[in-house]
Design a protein around this ligand. Structure first.
Ligand code: HEM
Length: 482
């Protein structure tokens, strides 16, 4: 089995590989009352959960009708059901069918317990300050249910149905929050003002073949268990886990005024000085329209330039020094593509993620000068992966957060980098990287390198958990008494 058959797609949930692509979303987190109610709840939810075949077929049809008529006439509401390790424990289901390794250990421990591996160690990110149900010692969250819909009305109806089902099964909704694409049709963006979600891995044999300079395809096993992954492993055969994926959920608050302040801060010695819009694009690696800096270094060319066909080092890009797209830009740290990376461990093919995020909270007006609701807007970040340690945790810790990546010296023991042999470190990702106020990034211009100071973190973790998105067959069998 190297990629998905039609039959597999009827069994794999649609949230990951197909993607709901909806403007309206609700994320509901549930705690079981007891194992019997928990199993009953899974049985009822299994009928609502959407398959990759349904979601993928709908997405293709939707696009075709829209391109022919210019109208969005088709509508659907999709549901995803995912379980944390504590829910498997509550149901008395051991994790022994999962491959031994750090990814399984991370899932079993839960995200809060992995705070040192993802640098959630500063007070503003620490699990002890997360939304109450996600805090260590709070009893945990058993299920995440994500509903995606084309209209608020359809979403509300589905929420009502699901909440009634949860109640009937003596379980409790412990946290729920709405997500929505900001900016409306054709102008969707996240809270800092950028189009998000455009660069997704192309799955071998499932997605279209990449065009020249787009990142190469990634084996299906990087995202769905039971298929060969980038290391050639496909150890999972247990029906409970096969055709399922891990999901790293993070509720990431966005300090929009803090982001704007950073874009307005002076970069000492910069020549020419950067205007705030250019600095914002340097921080992200793309312009608000989604156009990449690597292809459009000077100005935002506007919509329809959201290309993914670029690299950093190769001819004709030749941007090893990061003068067009800084080496600390969010997208360059998160997916270094053909970056001249220090060790084989940093091979980008081993660290891809399908991202299914959506903003929550109201947009902050561009004219706002103060913001008391700073922690109430942000991103419901969902990364769908085959290994949470090698993919999500590695990218957060070793790439986004590490100021010495990519030019630093790899440590002998693997894991982390020392400062580069020459020159100053590039710096952490100023948008999503953990850092302290006063840490530095270095802006590279033809006339020289200009270190500048970062202000406080503009993205902070306020909740999070690792989940497993089982196949529909596995959901049905979990619902049976053991
Ligand atoms: C509030 C937090 C975040 C915001 C506002 C944000 C925003 C963005 C934006 C605007 C893009 C460019 C558009 C695109 O390629 O989809 C992007 C790309 C990306 N982000 Fe984030 N992001 C956030 C958190 C994260 C986190 C926590 C990770 C991983 C640990 C991550 C990983 C990525 C990756 C892998 C890409 C694609 C890079 C590429 O392939 O070129 N992001 N993000």
């Amino acid at each position: 089995m190297t990629t998905f058959s039609d039959q597999d797609l009827h069994d794999i949930q649609g949230f990951g590989v197909a993607g709901f692509r909806k403007d309206h979303e609700e994320a509901i987190f549930v705690r079981f009352g007891d194992a019997v109610g928990g199993r009953r709840l899974l049985r009822l939810l299994q009928r609502r959960a959407s398959s990759a075949w349904e979601v993928g077929t709908f997405n293709a049809l939707f696009s075709e009708v829209r391109s022919r008529t210019g109208e969005e006439v088709l509508k659907a509401t999709w549901v995803a059901v995912m379980l944390s390790a504590s829910s498997y424990a509550q149901l008395g289901v051991p994790l022994t069918g999962l491959p031994a390794g750090e990814g399984t250990d991370a899932f079993a421990a839960g995200m809060a317990a992995r705070k040192d591996r993802i640098n959630d160690t500063r007070p503003q990110d620490a699990p002890e300050g997360w939304e109450a149900p996600f805090r260590p010692g709070s009893g945990g969250v058993h299920l995440a249910i994500v509903i995606g819909s084309d209209t608020w009305q359809d979403l509300d109806e589905e929420i009502l149905r699901i909440r009634e089902t949860v109640e009937q099964c003596h379980a409790k909704v412990v946290f729920a929050e709405r997500g929505a694409r900001l900016g409306g049709k054709g102008n969707a963006h996240e809270h800092f003002g950028f189009r998000d979600g455009g660069s997704q891995p192309a799955i071998e044999g499932y997605d279209l073949e990449p065009a020249e300079f787009e990142p190469p395809t990634v084996p299906a096993g990087e995202f769905v268990l039971g298929y060969p992954d980038a290391l050639g492993n496909n150890a999972v055969t247990d029906p409970l886990w096969i055709r399922g994926s891990f999901v790293a959920f993070r509720r990431l608050a966005q300090d929009v005024l803090g982001f704007r302040r950073q874009t307005e801060a002076e970069v000492p010695g910069a020549d020419p000085p950067l205007d705030p819009a250019t600095m914002a694009a340097k921080m992200m690696g793309r312009w608000p329209s989604g156009a990449p800096l690597e292809l459009n270094p000077d100005a935002d060319p506007g919509q329809s330039h959201e290309s993914n066909a670029f690299q950093y080092a190769a001819d004709p890009f030749d941007d090893v020094d990061g003068q067009k797209c800084p080496r600390w830009a969010h997208i360059r740290k998160a997916n270094p593509r053909d970056e001249a990376t220090p060790t084989g461990e940093d091979n980008p093919a081993l660290h891809r993620m399908i991202r299914r995020g959506i903003p929550y909270g109201e947009a902050l007006p561009t004219t706002a000068t103060d913001d008391t609701r700073q922690r109430e807007r942000g991103l419901h970040f969902f990364a769908v992966v085959g290994d949470v340690a090698r993919q999500f945790e590695f990218v957060q810790r070793q790439w986004l957060d590490d100021p010495n990546f990519p030019t630093g010296t790899p440590s002998e023991s693997g894991g982390g980098y020392g400062p580069p042999p020459q020159g100053e470190p590039d710096g952490p990702d100023p948008v999503v990287g953990h850092h302290d106020a006063g840490d530095t990034c270095s802006l590279h211009q033809p006339g020289g390198h200009h270190p500048f100071q970062l202000l406080d973190e503009v993205v902070t973790a306020t909740a999070g958990e690792y989940f497993f998105l089982p196949s529909l067959t596995a959901l049905a069998s979990l619902a049976q008494p053991s």
